[in-house]
Design a binder for this molecule. Structure first.
Ligand code: PEP
Ligand code: CO
Length: 461
C-alpha cells in the first residue's frame, strides 16, 4: 500500500477520539443541558459496543474487493429510522428486500454482494435549516430520533441528550434481531419462500424473480447430487450496519481502543459515513473520522471539486489503504454528467484508492403538489445508468449502490413498474424525511442494474 503520489502530506496534530471538539462542527443540535449531555456520553462509554473490530476489519477487506471489481456493495435502508419502527415486521421486511435484491445481484452480476443496511443506528439527520416555522411559531427542526421528536411542539422538538441512550438501546434491539435472522432459517437459501414479500405482485417482477430462485435451487440440487454432500454455508447471511456519523458526542462515546491492535474503532456501527453537509476538510466530522479504523463513506455531491477532494482523501486515508474510503456520489440525474467525470479522472491520475458507489436518491429529490417530497424512479434509474456509463468511459469501477428503501408497501417515490403517480403519494406516505423506494421498486432497480451491466458487457465483447 503506497501513499497516493504527487500530493504533499500535511502533518496533522495528534488525533484523539475527542479532538473533533477543537474544530467547527456543522449540524449539531443546540443542547441546552450540557451537564446532562456529558453524563449521557459517560454512561454510553461504559456500554457494550454493538459491533466488533474483527467484523469491521472483515468489511474493510470486502470493500477493497468491491473497489477492485470483485464484489458489489448493496447499501440500503431508511433515510431515518424511528424508535417507533423498531418492530419485528418492519425489520424483517427490510431484510427481505435486501436479501431479494442481493440474490438478484449475485446471480446477475456473478459476484459476491456485500450487504450493508442503513439500520441499527441511522437515527441522526442533517437539516437544511436549524429552525422550522409553523403558524407563526418557530421551533428547532427535527434532527432525527436520537436528538428530538418529529411532532411540532416545544417539548417534542427540544434536543434531549437522553435520547442518545434510547438510540443505543433501539440499535441494539434491532441488531440483535437482524443477527438472529441472518444466522439461519429465515435467510436459508434452500428456503427463499421465507423471504418472500407478499406484496410484490407485479407479474413481470414476480416471474423474473421466481425464475432466478428456481435456477439457483436447481444449481444447488445439482451440486449436492454431484458431491453427495449438502452445500455448506448457504443457510446464513451476514449484514453489516451503517449510519451517518453526524452526532459527534454519540460517535465519540462508542470510539473504543482495540485491545489487540491498540487502534481506535467506532463500535456503534461497521461503516459510518460523512454526509454531504459535513464533509469540510477542516470540520469536526472529518477530524473525527480520520482517526478510526472503520471503513468510511463520504458523500460527494455538486460543489465537490478535485481541489477539495484530493486533500480530503490524504487527510482521511494518509496510508492510501484500499477499502478504507468509499466515495458515495449523489449528483442527480441532470448533473452527474457534469460533475462525476472530472472527479474520476482526477482520482485515477492521483492514485488514491477509493471505492466508488452511486447514491441515485439524494440528488433527485423534488417537491410536488402541496409540498410533498418525492423522487421519480426514472431519474433514480437514469443517474444509476449514467454512473455505470461514465465509469466505463473513464476506466474506473462503479462498485456499489446506496439506496433509501423500505420493505413496507409505501408510496413515496413516483414511477416504477406499477406506475405510481403523484396522486398515489398521499395513499401510503410514511417517511418523516426522505422518500424511499418500496420493496417492489427496490427489486425492480436490482433487475435494472443487472440488465445494465449485461448490456455493457455485451457491447464490450
Ligand atoms: C442521507 O443519506 O440521508 C443524506 C442526508 O444524504 P446527503 O448527505 O448525501 O444529502
Ligand atoms: Co435521506
Amino acid at each position: 500500500m503506497q501513499p497516493a503520489s504527487n500530493i504533499s502530506q500535511v502533518v496533522d496534530p495528534p488525533w484523539t477520539r475527542d479532538s473533533w471538539r477543537r474544530h467547527e462542527a456543522e449540524q449539531q443540535p443546540a443542547f441546552d443541558d450540557t451537564i446532562q449531555l456529558n453524563e449521557v456520553v459517560r454512561e454510553l462509554e461504559s456500554k457494550p459496543p454493538l459491533v466488533t473490530p474483527w467484523e469491521v476489519d472483515r468489511l474493510r477487506g470486502q470493500l477493497a474487493g468491491a473497489a477492485a471489481g470483485r464484489r458489489f456493495l448493496l447499501q440500503g435502508g431508511d433515510c431515518a429510522e424511528l424508535f417507533s419502527e423498531c418492530r419485528p415486521d418492519i425489520i424483517s421486511n427490510r431484510l427481505k428486500v435486501l436479501l431479494q435484491m442481493s440474490l438478484v445481484l449475485v446471480y446477475g452480476l456473478r459476484m459476491p454482494v456485500i450487504r450493508v443496511g442503513r439500520f441499527a443506528g441511522q437515527y441522526a439527520k442533517p437539516r437544511s435549516s436549524d429552525m422550522e416555522e409553523n403558524n407563526g411559531e418557530i421551533l428547532p427542526s427535527y434532527r432525527g430520533d436520537i436528538v428530538n421528536a418529529p411532532e411540532f411542539g416545544r417539548q417534542a422538538r427540544r434536543p434531549a441528550p437522553k435520547r442518545m441512550i434510547k438510540a443505543y438501546e433501539h440499535s441494539a434491539m434491532s441488531l440483535n434481531y437482524i443477527r438472529a435472522l441472518g444466522e439461519g432459517g429465515f435467510a436459508d437459501l434452500n428456503h427463499p419462500e421465507n423471504w418472500d414479500l407478499g406484496f410484490v405482485e407485479h407479474d413481470g417482477l414476480r416471474l423474473e424473480y421466481q425464475g432466478i430462485v428456481d435456477s439457483i435451487l436447481e444449481a444447488l440440487r445439482f451440486m449436492e447430487a454431484v458431491t453427495s454432500n449438502p452445500i455448506g454455508d448457504i443457510d446464513r447471511v451476514s449484514f453489516y450496519t451503517s449510519h451517518e456519523a453526524l452526532l459527534l458526542p454519540y460517535e465519540e462515546a462508542f470510539t473504543r481502543i482495540s485491545e489487540s491492535s491498540g487502534q481506535a474503532y467506532n463500535l456503534s456501527t461497521h461503516f459510518p459515513w460523512i454526509g454531504k453537509r459535513t464533509n469540510q476538510i477542516d470540520g469536526a466530522h472529518i477530524e473525527y473520522i480520520r482517526g478510526i479504523r472503520n471503513p468510511i463513506g463520504i458523500k460527494t455531491g455538486p460543489g465537490m471539486t478535485k481541489a477539495l477532494l484530493l486533500p480530503l482523501l490524504d487527510r482521511v486515508n494518509p496510508a492510501n489503504e484500499s477499502g478504507k474510503v468509499t466515495l458515495i456520489t449523489r449528483f442527480g440525474a441532470s448533473s452527474i454528467e457534469k460533475y462525476l467525470p472530472p472527479l474520476l479522472r482526477a482520482i485515477s491520475a492521483s492514485g488514491h484508492e477509493v471505492l466508488w458507489t452511486c447514491d441515485p436518491m439524494h440528488g433527485n429529490t423534488e417537491i410536488v403538489g402541496a409540498g410533498i417530497k418525492t423522487r421519480r424512479f426514472k431519474n433514480i434509474l437514469s443517474e444509476l445508468e449514467q454512473a455505470f456509463d461514465i465509469h466505463a468511459d473513464v476506466g474506473t469501477i462503479l462498485g456499489g449502490v446506496h439506496l433509501e428503501l423500505t420493505g413496507e408497501n409505501v408510496t413515496e417515490c413516483i414511477g416504477g413498474a406499477r406506475g405510481l403517480d403523484e396522486a398515489d403519494l398521499s395513499r401510503a406516505y410514511q417517511s418523516e424525511v426522505d422518500p424511499r423506494l418500496n420493496g417492489e421498486q427496490a427489486l425492480e432497480l436490482a433487475f435494472a442494474i443487472v440488465r445494465k451491466r449485461r448490456a455493457m458487457r455485451k457491447e464490450a465483447s
